[in-house]
Design a protein around this ligand. Sequence first.
Ligand SMILES: *Cc1c(COP(=O)(O)O)cnc(C)c1O
Length: 455
Amino acid sequence: MRDQAERSTQLMRDDARYIWHPFTQMQEYRQESPVIIERAEGIHLIDIHGRRYMDGVSSLWVNVHGHGKREIDDAIRAQIARVSHTTLLGLSNVPAIELARQLVERTPVGLEKVFYSDNGSTAVEIALKMAFQYHRHRVGPDTPKTRFIALTHAYHGDTIGSVSVGGISLFHKTFEPLLFDCTFAPAPYCYRCPLDAEYPGCGMACADALEEIVQRSRDRAAALIIEPLVQGAAGMLVAPEGYLARVRQICTRHDLLMIADEVATGFGRTGTLFACEQEGVRPDLLCLAKGITGGTLPLGATLATEAIYDGFLGAYGAFKTFFHGHTYTGNPLACAAALANLSLFDPVEVLPGLSGRIEYLARMLAPLRDDPRVGDVRQKGFMVGIELVRNKATKEPYPPADRIGHRVILAARNRGLLIRPLGDVIVLMPPLCTEKEDLSRMVTITAEAIREVTA
Ligand SMILES: *Cc1c(COP(=O)(O)O)cnc(C)c1O
């Protein structure tokens, strides 16, 4: 027992001493007692003191079928026994090939080639570089089609290219001098409409605004990048129905490549395997990561159409090669995990079975709308954002120094639920395997935590 306590104390001390945590103000973090996870079971995380927590954000949006899912763990073990890593640079491996085929077969029609990397930011970075280089091959190095169009509030990752097409000023403003030029169109953020319009009376004025911007910049634009259906990191901004299909029409009409960043929405999150399916959208480039391995190993993939791929073909001396590749590209362990993750979607009842629980979650969330501190509740599938406001009538936000979102998640933690805020938006993103009883507990705890902090 004493050994156990000493070990815990040592771990907590070393965590504060040696680790610089991402997206974390360390001065604040070091004053709070850290949660150090030791193991997990299903939707529960268990810390070094043996305390159990529900994993309310799927370990940052990656977990799909629960922790310790036997089929995925077995697939990783079986692959370790064969080979853990070889390079994909001019060499191939079995799981990478099998997974590429599966991805092409399961993603929207028209995406025929898979380029691997190891996270969401690189999956985006690759799509941007492919789009850029594609136009240079098509038109020549003088092509003016070098710029990108993105949405305000967009989040596409933390590397410099993906930050350049990002629109979250809290994260991105500091790096502005390092970024390349990008044209931003108003996001479909209905609760705080950038055009001061009201849906549905507006007739989706934001899509019209986007089309105007595209029209003006089409000669200089290489591609448009979008998070289909939900702008996740911005606080789960759910686009109105039909918006995504409109964006596809606009891209097609103005000869613009469409990059769909499904890093967050992919793998069942929105109720279908991919969000694009819900509006019959076929992007030219598709970025995947997060849920791809069911939350076990890092892996990214960028899918491209045959036309884009063909644009890079030629004799070596024509220098049309795509000179890009990460060391762990196509890692066999990660690809084996991803194959197992995908095959868990195969039983015909899995995705349809989700829809009942999505509706149930919506029913559980409905009463939250009456809370005087809840401005908006947004949901798409198993992605939920609860926007807290100081004044419901004026939608006035809390002053950032109040740390409302942060305090709510600490209160939820005390009740056995691990969630994360995005500013003042409380995010719920349970693993897809979460049953009704636990969904209900997650919502109840979240509501209690909101009430406790905002009382
Ligand atoms: C998380 C995220 C990324 C970045 O993925 P990382 O693996 O964290 O680099 C990119 N796009 C979207 C939409 C995301 O949610």
